[in-house]
Design a protein around this ligand. Structure first.
Ligand SMILES: [Zn+2]
Ligand SMILES: [Zn+2]
Length: 336
């Protein structure tokens, strides 16, 4: 089988022929049908995860079919359609694991960062961390939900989203465009904030009611003019200056949830925090429960991410184009 490999920080994607892995006890062998290309994969290539285990097969937005099951796997059978997120495994016995918070488990393993991921034709994974794919979701549409969709869904949930909320989304890439689709389907209202004027049409077509150009408008004033401000700001692009500029545009009791990690600190004015009882929080991808919930929600509401299909062989090109900021939507590697 073919596998795409990164040998270390700042290395190019290299392809190699490998033997198809054999699932051990409690594991399944997944025939990967589609794998999304996440900004996290680029961070891995750039060496921004100190805990990464190179050489590594990247990819943590996996949709595929069970090819083979190992010993003691009872819930899944060959032929089942499944997905796997960045949550490859966790200890299963700590407080976080018992509270649907496996992503905060200190023993967590990351798909495609500490364990080989989905940029290959077949991969093994622990059966209990694999989620069934609803029939209505095809593989290519499901893949971006495994990280981008999950991260936004879980972030909104933890930020206390409710129908009718005004949600401002900073950035309209993989996470941002799914944030617009998810909030609209959850009966929220959306404003998109971006530094690219060219994204206005896409934002409005996806269901945003307004577009705020971060280069020419003052985001805090524009948001406060929106019936008092945003109840939630979802910060997807890793730009601290955009977050700082938008923060005072939160409504009273509003929450900014940081999903994209800028390299520098986010310097928020304490008076903006205190005098509006505002919150600044972060949120990692999500739990197994969040994953099953977002898949079910997306299937029920017919969510269709904006995807660009590429063959596995173009994984290196996809990462390069992402690095240059030339991707509109989500690249999904499709296996033959
Ligand atoms: Zn644990
Ligand atoms: Zn990701």
């Amino acid at each position: 089988m073919k596998a795409a490999v990164l040998d270390g920080p700042n290395s190019d994607v290299r392809f190699e022929e490998r033997d198809r892995p054999t699932p051990g006890r409690g594991e399944v062998l997944i025939r990967v049908r589609a794998c999304g290309v996440c900004h996290g994969d680029l961070m891995l290539q750039l060496g921004q995860f100190p805990f990464a285990q190179y050489p590594i097969v990247p990819g943590h937005e996996i949709a595929g079919v069970i090819e083979e099951i190992g010993k003691d796997v009872t819930e899944l059978q060959p032929g089942a359609r499944v997905g796997l997120s960045a949550l490859f495994s966790s200890c299963g016995s700590c407080n976080q694991c018992f509270n649907d918070d496996e992503f905060l488990c200190s023993q967590m393993q990351f798909t495609g960062i500490t364990k080989d991921g989905g940029y290959q034709e077949f991969m093994v994974a622990p059966a209990v961390f694999v989620a069934p794919l609803p029939d209505k979701l095809d593989f290519v549409d499901a893949a971006p939900l495994m990280c981008a969709g999950l991260t936004v869904f879980s972030g909104l949930r933890h930020a206390g989203f409710a129908p009718g909320f005004r949600v401002a989304v900073i950035g309209l890439g993989g996470l941002g465009h799914l944030a617009v689709l998810l909030v609209r389907a959850m009966k929220g209202r959306v404003a998109v904030l971006s530094t690219s004027a060219g994204k206005r049409d896409q934002a409005l077509a996806l269901g945003a009611e307004s577009f705020i150009n971060l280069k020419t408008e003052s985001p805090d004033e524009a948001l406060r003019a929106w019936e008092g401000g945003a109840d939630i700001i979802v910060a997807t692009s890793p730009a601290a200056d955009s977050m700082v500029a938008a923060f005072p545009g939160l409504a009273l009791n509003g929450t900014m949830v940081v999903l994209g990690a800028p390299p520098e600190n986010i310097a928020i004015s304490p008076m903006d925090l205190i005098m509006g009882r505002r919150r600044l929080m972060g949120s990692p991808a999500g739990s197994r429960k969040d994953l099953r919930d977002v898949l079910e929600f997306a299937a029920t509401h017919g969510l269709r991410p904006t995807v660009i299909r590429m063959p596995l062989e173009e994984a290196g090109k996809a990462l390069k184009e992402m690095h240059e900021g030339r991707i509109l939507g989500r690249v999904v590697l499709v296996m033959k």
